[in-house]
Design a protein around this ligand. Sequence first.
Ligand SMILES: [Zn+2]
Length: 438
Amino acid sequence: MNYFISKTLGIEDPNVIFDNKLEEIEYKGERFKCYYAKVTYIPDYCESCGVCNTNYSIVKNGFKSSRITIPKVSEMNAFLILKKQRFYCKHCCSYFTAQTNIVDVDRHISNNTRLTILDKATTIRSQKSIAKSCGVSNSTVSRVINHAAQDIKHLPFSTLPKHILMDEFKSVKQVDSAMSFIFCDATSHKIIDIVRDRKLYSLKNYFSRFPLEERNKVLTVTIDMYEPYMSLIKEVFPNAQIIIDRFHIVQALNRALNMSRVKLMNTFRRSNRPLYNKYKRYWKLLLTPFEDLNAFSYRKLKLFKSWQTPKGVVEYLLSFDTNFQHSYEVVNELRYSLKHNNSKDFITTLNEVELNEVCFKLKIVLKTLKKYQLYIDNTLKYPNITNGPIEGINNKIKLIKRISFGYRNYDNLRNRILLTSRLYASPIKKEIKQPKVA
Ligand SMILES: [Zn+2]
């Protein structure tokens, strides 16, 4: 009997002996199963003075009972009423209590429950729902998470990975700048740390804690086009190459093209309503890569009298404004060379484009890209480094915040985020290939 109960409850301690008794009690409006057990053994030494237990110098002296929350049994909350043996040491005249691995000293939540809470905290669900499913209070969950986060965040300030990804996420109101900084390892996709705000001086302050030899080892840092990060990287990582995330380049180009479309569309608002409608309806086709557009399947499309192909629609829309057409071609060429990692073509296109012949919005983007040419060159050199993993983490953060109806305390949010990514050791997800030196 003892064997079955201890196996079912996942209790491995051989010193625990279960009573042949099971009760159901009501506690704070919920039903709990109550298991009864005692823990006793013959100690080897005294815990207060350390003297060896020879000649019966330590004797048993009654029991101390405590109620421990254990994980649910068949979806029902459960308690273990554990009677712990008390011992009396004749040598130093002191008392001590038997220990067990079910629960730590002075705790009432079993170690199994704590592990269950931590495991659940790595998934996307609210603290309240974790608390309910483990039969503990909301503040217990916070405490367990914060405690575990203390343990896992203490290793840093000594090592840094070779490839770093940097980004920011919308933090809690408590933080002044509302944006917190996050950086992770490009190979294992693990969060290294989270910094309260992304202002340049606080980041410099943070990174200066790492020794210089360690910072020298960093080879690449991937960022979006946020200027302060560039000066930060130059200063704190002297040997690192800056990589601009390719998704952000494409996004900037697409956004500029789309804004030009809206501007052009609005000029036809009153003069040519059918054309205005076509620009409005087929915006997505204009952002699709030209080489992916179908040129053969003719179909009846809305707003067009004759049968059309997607490619035909795009060509029709481009025929009304030479500036817009030119912008479209430039964006397409840049996207194409980026997709095929052709850095020579990308730089040539960028440098040969006549800025006066493209739309105003695109002009701004192209000027920025020209400024960061060197970094974009790195983007193409390291084709398999992107900020994708960190964007994924950011999405998870957003979901956790949303599902908990927001976090108020920055430290609680930070600990939860660190836990989701760092609780379990993960294998290396991606090998970073070194670029060939031409
Ligand atoms: Zn003693």
